[in-house]
Each structure stands twice: as structure tokens, then as C-alpha cells.
Design a protein. Structure first.
Length: 558
């Protein structure tokens, strides 16, 4: 094997890994985080979890990504630990779809239609279609499809390049002897685990093994333990992602590890025990891509069937391995800040889903700002120090949300996003600023009322009545804004704009009446300043509510 073959093999490997990355990113963009959203909601039974885990992994083409996502779900409290077990089992089954696709390269036939099933036959066609979509289509969805097609074509080209480059290895005795050594189950498992841990993708390491089979020098006796090791090696990604996570999130990573280690141990024990009494002749045969895909699938299905009845025992084992931290038991965040856990850094692996989680957290921030405004307005009717202090606390919570959400959105912005997701991110940034200002002006109203209480000033009956009516209308507008955020409907927006017009007319009347009371000496200058400050605060709360409605409306219309 010449130096040129080595460079060709490495180049093929680089294209293979790059193509897999492009394919995964394209599938992730096309799904728009919907698969992950379904995954987080529909796991009320372990069996359903297995199915959803398998489907999700088959769609996003990465069991590691699915497991990391589950670690994030548990860490943020979206999912319970027991719900994660089924998904992890299903992810191991779903990841086998890649090896079956790659095995199509081994098809041999004289029939034209059968030959067209080979990736090297249809990949160029997919590449052409993909490039056309990328270059000439204006549709964001078609561009995503184009990225998927081009990624798949690059992946298959890299696979073929690797296979062609390693073919001369069949004439090298040392290569054959190396893989004979891997027939030792312990050595084979270690090699498979190390290879997968290095590239952090069992699908990629299986693909490399399938490419090496093109030499015709690798027996099934060597392939089988390597595949077992690859399933263990893929656990490294989840273990790394759990660093710094909460206790239950770390337990998810250990469940993944125990599932694969115990599954491998049971499979190897049963297989080699059966082989001892009834020798399997196929072990000495040359491995093929299809045979590797078959072993990969059989092992993962076998492990799931055997360990599924003991799924809760895996939870117990992980709980014993990762005991509850004392800090976790005594230091719990305020319930007002609970929604911040939606924005787990692990979700950034799928920016579209991270954006959905960020939007959910922004909704919680809006609810908190609405509560801040309503509590502040209630002080116009009845002032208490306790309520005033509560409003200050709420405003501080809103500030915390703004800081965390802006930081998370900044991180999302650094990820590859579709055009529509980039637009939504920009609109959300605009909304977050407006939400924070609602809380700020609500607090300003409280300061004005506190000043009035401190100076023992009182509004006239007429002024207080007008102010309460105006504040009730602002409170209604705040409620409309909350409703519109949750369910953008034209009728809600129209009602909000009608309220705005009423507020403008009423503000002019209140100011006119105030000037009249000043001329008639029925109102002091100090009360006039306070009335003006409160009106300005109310008007600003209303303006920022309308800005949010207009922003959401513009996103809906596009």
C-alpha cells in the first residue's frame, strides 16, 4: 500500500465524516426541532419512549445527539429520569439505519434497476439535484433538502474513496494478522470502543468498518467484537455532555453506559456459549457491509429486548453510581426562575430546538413582566409595603431572565440557522427588550406611588377615578399581549389596537382635566408631577405591549 493510498484513505475518511455532519445538520434544520419537541412530550410509557427514540435517531442520524438531548431534557427538568431509559434504548436501534444505507454499496446485479439502488449509482443524481436546490431555489425548505442530498452524496463518495484506497491491504499479510488478533473478544471490544470514542459517532465508526471490509480480508470473528466495542465507545459523548450537569442528568449518561456494557456482556456471553456447543461457520467467512449492518441491528434489538423489562433497574443502578449531591437537595432555584432551565446548553447541538426552548422561556418572562405590571397597578387602588416590595422582586427576576435569555440567544446566533430561524431569533431579541421595559416602567409606577405615600399626598376623587380606569385599560392590554403571545389571533390584535386608541383619547382627557383642576386650585403641583409620572409609566407599558404584538404579528405575516 503506497503513501498515495494512505492519503486517499484519509481524504475519503474526511469526506465521509464531513458528509455525515452536513447530512445531520440538514436533517436537523429540516425538522426544525419538531422531533425533539415530540420526544420531550410523548414519553409517558417506556415502550413509546423506545419507538420515539428509534424514530428520532433514524431522522437525525445520530444516537449520540439523541442521548445528549435527553441529558439536556433531564437536566432542565423537562423529562423524568425513568422516561429517558426507553429513549436511550430506542436510540441504539435507530442508529442502525445508517449502516443499512451504507450497506447498499455492496449490491451486485446485472439488472439496471437493482444497480440503481447502489449509492454510487444514485448519489451523483442526488448531488446534482441538491446543488440545483442550493444554488437556484429561493425556498428555505428546498435549500435544507439540497443540503441533505449533497451531504449524503459527499458521505457516499467518501465511503467509496475509503473502500478503493484500502483495497490493496488485502495483499498485505500483516493487515490480515492484525484483524485475526481482533477476533479475541476483549481486544476487539477495546479497539471498537477506542475508535468510536475518538470520533464520537458509532454510525461513522461502523461506516469505517464497512469500508475496510472492501479488502475482503476481515472475518466476522473480528468484526463482531469490534461492533460490540463501538456501542460502548459511543457512550463517551453523553458522559462528556453530563459534566457540570445536575445529578439526574449525569445518571442518564450512566444509564446509557450501563445499557451498552451490560447488553454487550450478555450478548457476548450468550453468543460465545452457543458457539462453543454449536460452532458458527460464518465467523470465519469474510465480512460484508450487509453482514455488519445485520450484526449491528441484531445486537441492539437483542439488548433492548433483554434489558427492557429491567429498565427501572438501570435507573436504580445509575442512582447508586451517582448519589444525590447535598447541594442539589438544599439549594433549589426560586419557582419564578424555573423556566430558565428550559435553555440547556446541550440543546445548542440542535439550534432549531434551542430556539423553541428560548421562545418558551421568553413566554415565561412575559408572564412574569405581566404579573409585575398588574401588581404595580393594584397599588393605585390599595398601597401596601409588602406588595411594593414584591413588585421590586418581580422586576429583579425579569432582569435575570433578560440576561440569561440574551446570553442564550447570542449562543444560538453563533450556530448554523435557517433563514426563518435567524429571522425569528432577531424578532425574539426585539421582544425580550420590550418585555424587560414593561417591568421597568411598572417599577417606576411603584416608585411614584411610594413617593406619594411618603409625602402623604392623595389624589382627588375625580383624578383617582380617571387613573384607575386608565390603569384597568392598560392591564387589559397586558392580558391581550399575553394571549397574543400564546396564540396569535387577528381578533386579539384588533382588540389591542382598539384599546390603544381608547388610551390615547383618555390620556388627553385626563391631562385636560388635570390642567382645569390646577386652575381651580383643586390640585397641587406636586400631585401634578406624580400624576404625570404615573401616566407616562402607564403609557410606556402600553407602548411596549403593542411593540410585542406588532413584532409577533410581523413574524406571523411573513
Amino acid at each position: 500500500m503506497s503513501i498515495l493510498n494512505i492519503f486517499t484513505m484519509l481524504g475519503g475518511l474526511a469526506l465521509f465524516l464531513y458528509g455525515m455532519g452536513v447530512l445531520g445538520d440538514g436533517l436537523s434544520k429540516l425538522s426544525g426541532g419538531r422531533m425533539e419537541s415530540i420526544l420531550s412530550k410523548m414519553t409517558d410509557s417506556p415502550f413509546k419512549g423506545v419507538l420515539l427514540g428509534a424514530v428520532t435517531t433514524a431522522v437525525i442520524q445520530s444516537s449520540s445527539a439523541t442521548t445528549v438531548m435527553v441529558v439536556g431534557f433531564v437536566n432542565s427538568g423537562i423529562m423524568q429520569l425513568k422516561q429517558a431509559v426507553g429513549i436511550i434504548m430506542g436510540a441504539n436501534i435507530g442508529t442502525t439505519i445508517t449502516s443499512w444505507i451504507l450497506s447498499l454499496s455492496g449490491i451486485k446485479s446485472d439488472n439496471f434497476f437493482v444497480l440503481m439502488l447502489k449509492p454510487d449509482a444514485f448519489s451523483p443524481i442526488l448531488a446534482i439535484i441538491g446543488v440545483i436546490f442550493l444554488m437556484f431555489s429561493k425556498s428555505e425548505r428546498k435549500k435544507d433538502v439540497g443540503g441533505i442530498l449533497v451531504g449524503f452524496a459527499i458521505l457516499m463518495f467518501g465511503m467509496d474513496t475509503m473502500s478503493s484506497a484500502v483495497e490493496p491491504l488485502k495483499d498485505i499479510p500483516q493487515f490480515t494478522r492484525l484483524f485475526v488478533a481482533f477476533s479475541n473478544p476483549v481486544i476487539g471490544i477495546i479497539v471498537g470502543a477506542i475508535l468510536t470514542a475518538m470520533i464520537q459517532s458509532s454510525s461513522a465508526s461502523i461506516g469505517i468498518l464497512q469500508a475496510l471490509c472492501a479488502t475482503g480480508a476481515i472475518p466476522y470473528s473480528a468484526v463482531l467484537p469490534i461492533i460490540m466495542g463501538q456501542n460502548i465507545g459511543t457512550c463517551v459523548t453523553a458522559l462528556l455532555s453530563s459534566i457540570g450537569a445536575k445529578t439526574n442528568a449525569k445518571r442518564v449518561a450512566f444509564i446509557h453506559l450501563y445499557f451498552n456494557v451490560i447488553g454487550t456482556a450478555v450478548f457476548i456471553a450468550v453468543f460465545y456459549a452457543a458457539h462453543y456447543f454449536y460452532p458458527f461457520d460464518f465467523l470465519e467467512q469474510t465480512a460484508t457491509s450487509t453482514g455488519i449492518a445485520m450484526i449491528h441491528s441484531c445486537f441492539n434489538v437483542f439488548a433492548t429486548i433483554v434489558l427492557f423489562p429491567f429498565s427501572y433497574k438501570l435507573v436504580t443502578l445509575a442512582s447508586v453510581s451517582v448519589p444525590e449531591k447535598h447541594a442539589d437537595m438544599i439549594q433549589k432555584p426560586s419557582s419564578k426562575l424555573a423556566a430558565l432551565s428550559n435553555m440547556d446548553k446541550r440543546f445548542l447541538e440542535n439550534p432549531a430546538f434551542a430556539l423553541r426552548q428560548c421562545k418558551k422561556t421568553t413566554g415565561a418572562m412575559l408572564a412574569l413582566a405581566s404579573e409585575t405590571a398588574n401588581e404595580a397597578l393594584s397599588l393605585l387602588l390599595h398601597y401596601t409595603k409588602k406588595t411594593a416590595a414584591y413588585v421590586e422582586d418581580l422586576e429583579n427576576y425579569v432582569d435575570r431572565y433578560e440576561e440569561k435569555i440574551n446570553d442564550y440567544m447570542f449562543q444560538i446566533g453563533r450556530c448554523p440557522l435557517s433563514k426563518s430561524d435567524s429571522k425569528e431569533l432577531s424578532l425574539m431579541q426585539h421582544c425580550v427588550g420590550n418585555i424587560e421595559r414593561i417591568a421597568d416602567y411598572a417599577l417606576g409606577i411603584v416608585f411614584s406611588i411610594k413617593k406619594m405615600e411618603k409625602k402623604k399626598l392623595v389624589f382627588s376623587k375625580e383624578a383617582k377615578g380617571d387613573l384607575l380606569l386608565y390603569s384597568n385599560m392598560v392591564s387589559s392590554l397586558v392580558k391581550h399581549t399575553m394571549k397574543y403571545w400564546e396564540n396569535p389571533a387577528t381578533i386579539i390584535a384588533n382588540d389591542a389596537y382598539q384599546l390603544e386608541n381608547e388610551l390615547n383619547r383618555m390620556e388627553k382627557r385626563i391631562l385636560k382635566d388635570h390642567k382645569r383642576r390646577l386652575r381651580e386650585d383643586k390640585c397641587s403641583v406636586d400631585m401634578g408631577f406624580i400624576l404625570s409620572d404615573i401616566l407616562q409609566g402607564l403609557r410606556k407599558v402600553a407602548e411596549h405591549c403593542l411593540h410585542i404584538i406588532e413584532t409577533v404579528q410581523s413574524a406571523k405575516l411573513e
